[in-house]
Write a protein that binds this ligand. Structure first.
Ligand code: CA
Ligand code: CA
Length: 314
């Protein structure tokens, strides 16, 4: 995900190379009582969004990142985001006559506080430092496209204190770009990125977590964030624990994001779906595959049943 137009694909390409070298493993979820977590009476609910009703609560959410436009290999538009049947729906589809021309359209929402701008209403948003964050989602079965539940530091985030993630981290609670990875497409990954998106970027990612019926059923994706670091969960079972790559823990409030992204790059302000440039500058297939392998007559929906956030009682 990253606001990582470039370095994201490079990082994840690196991750995949590591995988092929045996650096990362595909792991099943260890479903034992010792490995389970659910917030109990020691936790208080601080945020609850069930996506009931028929429109987005604009005092909590706004469209990522406030303005429609090109995003990697596609376009982010407001009308790709729906609320229906108790779910948030982020729809990825090919639009022959789309607002910005023929291409792949999708979108996202975020809970960062915003003043009224660009014709959009003010948004009080939601953010929190630490706690337990959980979303219940059904992930779209698409090539060259990924759904994600992630957190970003609130405010005018510069991440200009290098060598530490205390000033802010991108925490990717889950990402699902592996549909193209045909023999092991039922996997997701977790990641933490700090120190901006330039040369100082320090990233750490989990193994590939195998989720049974990933694309066919709803699953919960959770994060417990405290002074010991970040603990990730799928369906209530711990899948990874880490601090960030600099062995620090974010100490500023973070807001929520739910999004889909079409793999690709932007050149001359236009998306090149499913493509990237290799070290020699040649166009190659993107690390996440290409949306051109999808059925252009179909819509691919990322469904989110709820988002809940808790804080541990003092
Ligand atoms: Ca930093
Ligand atoms: Ca719901």
């Amino acid at each position: 995900m990253l606001k990582k137009i470039m370095c994201g694909s490079i990082c994840l390409l690196l991750v995949l190379l590591l995988c092929s070298c045996g650096g990362k493993k595909i792991r099943e979820i260890e479903k034992t009582p010792d490995n389970a977590f659910a917030p109990d009476d020691n936790w208080e609910l601080t945020f609850s969004e069930d996506f009931n009703g028929d429109s987005l609560d604009r005092n909590t959410w706004h469209y990522a990142y406030s303005e429609e436009g090109v995003r990697r290999g596609g376009w982010w538009v407001d009308d790709a985001v729906l609320v229906e049947n108790g779910n948030l729906v982020i729809r990825t589809e090919y639009r022959e006559n789309g607002k910005f021309g023929a291409g792949w359209y999708t979108g996202g929402i975020e809970s960062s506080p915003r003043e009224a701008e660009n014709g959009q209403p003010a948004c009080a948003g939601f953010s929190q430092t630490g706690g337990y964050f959980e979303a219940r989602c059904k992930v779209p079965a698409t090539y060259g496209n990924w759904a994600a539940f992630w957190l970003m530091p609130v405010g005018d985030f510069k991440d200009d204190v290098f060598g530490t993630g205390e000033d802010g981290a991108e925490i990717d609670i889950f990402e699902s770009p592996f549909m193209y990875w045909k023999e092991h497409q039922n996997v997701i990954s977790h990641a933490v990125h700090v120190d901006g998106y330039g040369e100082e970027l320090a990233s750490i990612g989990s193994d590939y977590i195998e989720v049974e019926n990933l694309y066919d059923e709803f699953h919960t994706f959770g994060l417990k964030w405290d002074e010991t670091g970040y603990t990730f969960y799928v369906d209530g079972y711990e899948t990874w624990h880490t601090k960030d790559a600099l062995d620090t823990v974010c100490n500023v409030p973070a807001y929520l994001l739910l999004s889909c992204e079409v793999a690709g790059i932007v050149e001359d302000e236009k998306p090149l779906p499913g493509q990237e440039r290799n070290a020699d500058g040649e166009l190659t297939v993107n690390w996440a595959g290409t949306p051109e392998d999808n059925d252009k007559t179909k819509a691919y929906d990322f469904l989110v049943d709820y988002v809940k956030v808790y804080r541990e009682k003092a």
